[in-house]
Write a protein that binds this ligand. Structure first.
Ligand code: F6P
Length: 357
């Protein structure tokens, strides 16, 4: 048996742990030959591959990034950009006929799963493994990388708290999370934010200013945790969607900076913004993510062993399971408005920027 592995989309802590687990399980349990495809689907077009064995995956469990490299814009069905050439037939022929792959493990997020699903429809035996720090993939309760990102946000807020308190400032931390607010919600809760702003709950700038002013008078400082995809009520804009055509150039600096400029004229205290950016995506996975990645990788190898292709590994409660790729492709799992953590935040007096009354 000859199995390929690739990592697609943005990198994420835990990718190497999955590569290691899939490789070791396939070698030990199936006596398989394993080949790494370099830079995601691009490697199937440029024909860049490397053999993987117990030796080559040694010591990579705790390493950030991906030893195979990745590419977040390579779609063989639209080879560079919409309207680009469809080179999927060449990629498929290379994988199946030249490399002689009996299966391909595709580790990636939503965009990668869409491509994986299309290859599966063309007859390539594919197994997907869900990856994204955003934790917004459908059908799985967790994606690996999320816990590591939350740990970074919590630590950043801990650090911002001491300087905010000392200077009596409003500190805004902008997290990743384009479409879903999981990182801002869990990171904000873990880091003791006073205000948490998510894409799912459009915020009222007046209300955020009111909370900051009240805290200014009472506590002297405020910690705000805002997801990059959050947007103000009635504005109907998200930063990412409006980079090109924003009427407000300040939005180019991110929604955190935009909020800073909205709040500053209404407050006595100084307002500062920290854009956490790719720091949330780099570095070593947390122990939780190392274990989850290892479980996902092992489960992917089990699916291959049983010949269950066209499926993505999921986490259901305590257990690994799987769903058809079709159920995942193109779906986003946002924070439900009745999520217990949102209710807990409200109950603790943490503002979600919602209009009062
Ligand atoms: O999807 C993961 C993610 O980390 C998003 O939260 C973020 O908007 C995006 O990737 C950033 O991607 P890039 O590295 O292309 O700027």
């Amino acid at each position: 048996m000859h199995i390929g592995i690739l990592t697609g989309g943005g990198d994420c802590p835990g990718l190497n742990a999955v590569i290691r687990a899939v490789t070791l399980a396939l070698i030990n349990e199936c006596g398989a030959r394993v080949t790494g495809i370099e830079r995601g689907f691009l490697g199937l077009i440029t024909r860049n591959v490397q053999p993987l064995d117990a030796r080559s995956v040694e010591g990579i469990l705790a390493q950030g990034g991906t030893v195979l490299g990745t590419h977040n814009r390579c779609d063989p069905f639209h080879y560079f950009g919409a309207g680009g050439a469809d080179v999927s037939a060449q990629a498929l022929a290379y994988a199946r006929d030249e490399l002689g792959l009996d299966g391909l493990v595709v580790i990636g997020g939503d965009g990668t799963m869409v491509i994986a699903h299309r290859f599966a429809e063309l007859g390539l035996p594919v197994v997907g493994v869900p990856k994204t720090i955003d934790n917004d993939l459908a059908c799985t309760e967790r994606t690996f990388g999320f816990d590591s990102a939350v740990a970074v946000v919590a630590e950043a807020l801990d650090r911002l708290e001491t300087t905010a308190r000392s200077h009596r400032r409003v500190m805004i931390a902008e997290t990743m999370g384009r479409y879903a607010g999981w990182i801002a919600l869990e990171g904000g809760m873990a880091g003791g934010a006073d205000v948490i702003l998510l894409p799912e709950v459009p915020f009222d700038v007046d209300e955020v200013a009111r909370v900051c002013a009240e805290r200014e008078a009472r506590d002297g400082y405020t910690l705000i945790c805002i997801a990059e995809g959050a947007h103000a009520r009635d504005q109907g804009l998200t930063v990412r969607a409006t980079l090109a055509d924003s009427p407000d150039p300040l939005r180019l600096g991110g929604v955190g900076q935009w909020l800073q400029h909205q709040l500053q004229p209404r407050l006595q205290s100084e307002v500062r913004t920290t854009l956490l950016g790719h720091i949330q995506r780099g570095g070593s996975p947390t122990p939780y993510d190392r274990v989850l990645s290892t479980r996902f990788g092992y489960h992917a190898a089990q699916l291959i062993r049983r010949g269950q292709f066209g499926r993505m590994v999921t986490l259901e409660g305590e257990h690994c399971a799987s769903v058809p790729l079709q159920a995942v492709a193109g779906q986003t799992r946002t924070v439900p408005l009745d999520h217990p953590l949102l209710n807990a935040a409200r109950g603790l007096g943490i503002s979600l920027g919602e209009t009062q009354g």
